[in-house]
Design a binder for this molecule. Structure first.
Ligand code: XBP
Ligand code: MG
Length: 276
């Protein structure tokens, strides 16, 4: 049984606060639920470029760097401006990007439905446990609701999209991650204060977005973020782990090994984070 934490904790800045009970988990999608960037989005971008007769090709290393630009349309525009500033200045450029992105999304959905992208360790287990323990679930992503639905339907099951009360997507808000907009939007829709939530993220822009919305965050590093620093996260782990395949990482700066459970999240939540 969960016993709510009511004792005040002292933050790094010295003030004490009484953390709210944990009520909801908010998941990022790309890189967090699955390695969608490496196995899905990157492949879909390259298929689109080839089909469109462009000489663009994003290898693993290039794509890793381009992930600093969040949003597929924004990422293509950034690359275009870099490689062909005159072409990218054409009045029709944003229509061209929108068309490429539409096609890329079709390729992505097809890849997901072919089973190219699978859930990361511990995701299905933790989602099921969270539901059983009455935690509310939501999504805060930069990608589109359609991509999220395809992934959840295919990798969990047809009805599982209904597990998530709110799906906050990049185009729902004025600014994508690292701005806090998508998390603030999800908090509003859930009608919860940031203190009652915990985010799960995989990338520096995602962590920044959640922290700027005031939400404690657990990071599970993904392929492209293995060597990044995550100051401010309450935990930085390789993944969520499974009972027979423990995850490794740091929780409040102390080494940790195991599989993440709802009880762990309740313990970690509301405790001052390292380096914040
Ligand atoms: C994900 C993104 C997205 C995907 C591509 O970031 O930045 O742009 O890379 O999807 P996060 P779209 O995991 O932080 O939400 O092409 O649909 O944008
Ligand atoms: Mg991500």
């Amino acid at each position: 049984m969960h016993v709510p934490v009511t004792a005040p904790v002292r933050t790094l800045t010295g003030e004490s606060r009484v953390p709210a009970d944990l009520r909801a988990l908010i998941f990022d999608v790309d890189g967090t639920l699955a390695e969608t960037e490496r196995d899905g989005h990157r492949v879909a971008f390259n298929r689109t470029f080839e089909e469109a007769g462009l000489d663009w090709h994003w290898d693993d290393e290039t794509y890793g760097r381009l992930l600093a630009v969040t949003g597929g349309k924004e990422r293509m525009f950034h690359y275009w401006r870099h490689t062909d500033p005159v072409g990218a200045d054409h009045p029709d450029a944003s229509n061209r990007i929108a068309e490429l992105h539409r096609r890329k999304s079709e390729h992505y959905e097809a890849l997901v439905r072919e089973g190219t992208v699978t859930l990361r360790p511990g995701i299905r287990r933790l989602l099921l446990e969270a539901r059983a323990s009455g935690l509310r679930l939501a999504i805060a992503t930069t990608t589109s609701p359609r991509n999220v639905t395809a992934l959840i339907e295919h990798s969990i099951h047809k009805e599982a999209i209904g597990w998530f009360e709110v799906i906050g997507a990049g185009d729902d808000v004025p600014q994508k991650k690292p701005a806090p907009d998508v998390y603030l939007h999800v908090l509003r829709e859930l009608a919860l204060h940031a203190d009652a939530c915990l985010a799960v993220e995989d990338s520096p822009p995602g962590l920044q977005s959640a922290l700027r919305a005031g939400i404690d965050t657990v990071v599970t590093r993904s392929t492209y973020t293995r060597s990044e620093g995550f100051a401010g996260a309450i935990a930085t782990l390789d993944d969520l782990g499974e009972p027979d395949a423990p995850a490794f990482g740091l929780v409040h700066r102390a080494p940790w090994r195991g599989h993440v459970t709802v009880a762990n999240l309740r313990n970690w939540h509301g405790t001052p984070a390292a380096g914040r």
